[in-house]
Design a protein around this ligand. Structure first.
Ligand SMILES: [Zn+2]
Length: 335
């Protein structure tokens, strides 16, 4: 079954199937795209098709069976292991293995996972292999940030770009494969998935997902509604939310931004009634969203998490608590 595991990505399926069927499999590929959209699945399907006796991923020939069992000696995976990057040692290991011809088919595949994490030295070492690879060798670099690869590697490789999954594709997986029937939950997970089936599946299995969302909602409610003599406690809770969830920061920031956006939509509708008070609130929430988005961007660029979130906590606290105090109300809609 050709590309039976890969969901969507029709363009990718087309390019790779054609390469196998026309006998023009290239020697180096960069499978570029966000995490969780099927890059590794595409690689495995592509390999199964290429190494199959009938080039159809028949599922019955020796190569297919070995591929399905994950024991095909002609498929080698390189990754960071427990390290933060892929260094020269891993590429040397690849060089040692690439000289041995394949056992079961005309190709021998090397998958480099997280190839954007190759050090510069590793990339230069790999470049030597890419300059004169044995005819049977095919190297697939799985990559989420192609700009981290040096130009000389890119120019020797065929880049295949993976699209984000569509909402329908994700919904379908959640419904038919994960067995989720609650429509609200499906919508929520789709929101969180950011166009990645992998990310949506990790959310289902994660209790943390629900836990963090509840924490965010409760805290925003306290920020808006707690009486002013609880100011100190509320501020402390806001800081605690950031500190406790450092390991789950992508989930935390996702929900913070989602809740602020939801509030904007809600207040925006109400401010159509030309309610000055709600208009002011609208801008305050918009500021909170802007601060949060900016901080998240900085954190992704490796700014110190504690410093960045401490500063964000102060800004959110100021915006929302000032709004509440100024209007002297403890009403959720006054947020
Ligand atoms: Zn087969």
């Amino acid at each position: 079954m050709i590309f039976s595991n890969l969901i969507g990505q029709d363009n990718v399926k087309h390019i790779l199937s054609e390469a196998v069927q026309s006998g023009r499999v290239r020697q180096a590929y960069i499978f570029n795209g966000p995490e969780g959209v099927g890059r590794k699945t595409a690689a495995m399907d592509f390999i199964m098709m290429s190494t199959c006796d009938t080039q159809t991923a028949c599922g019955n020939c020796t190569s297919c069976i070995l591929c399905q069992n994950g024991t095909n000696p002609d498929v080698v995976t390189i990754n960071t292991g427990k390290k933060a990057s892929i260094g020269v040692d891993e590429i040397r290991a690849l060089e040692n293995m690439i000289i041995t011809a394949p056992e079961y088919s005309k190709y021998k595949f090397f998958i480099i996972e997280n190839s954007e994490l190759m050090t510069l030295q590793a990339q230069n070492a790999l470049l030597k292999t890419l300059e004169e690879p044995p005819a049977y060798a095919v190297i697939i670099m799985i990559c989420s940030n192609v700009s981290a690869l040096i130009d000389t590697i890119k120019s020797r490789s065929t880049q295949i770009d993976f699209a984000r999954n569509t909402r329908d594709e994700i919904k379908n997986v959640l419904f038919s494969k994960a067995g989720i029937t609650d429509e609200d939950r499906i919508e929520q997970i789709c929101d969180f998935s950011d166009g990645s089936i992998g990310r949506s599946l990790s959310a289902i299995n994660s209790e943390e997902y629900t836990k963090v969302r509840t924490q965010v909602k409760q805290l925003l409610d306290k920020l808006a509604n707690a009486p002013s003599d609880e100011d100190g406690r509320v501020y402390h809770l806001l800081q605690k939310l950031f500190n406790d969830n450092q390991e789950k920061k992508d989930i935390l920031f996702y929900f913070l931004m989602l809740e602020f956006r939801n509030l904007l939509v809600k207040i925006g509708v109400e401010s159509n009634k030309v309610d000055l008070y709600n208009k002011i609130s609208y801008y305050k929430v918009a500021h909170c969203l802007e601060y949060t988005e900016r901080t998240w961007k900085q954190i992704k660029q490796n700014v110190n998490y504690r410093l960045a979130t401490n500063s964000l906590a102060i800004k959110i606290y100021d915006e929302i608590r000032k709004a509440r105090t100024k209007n002297g109300q403890n009403n959720r809609n006054s947020f």
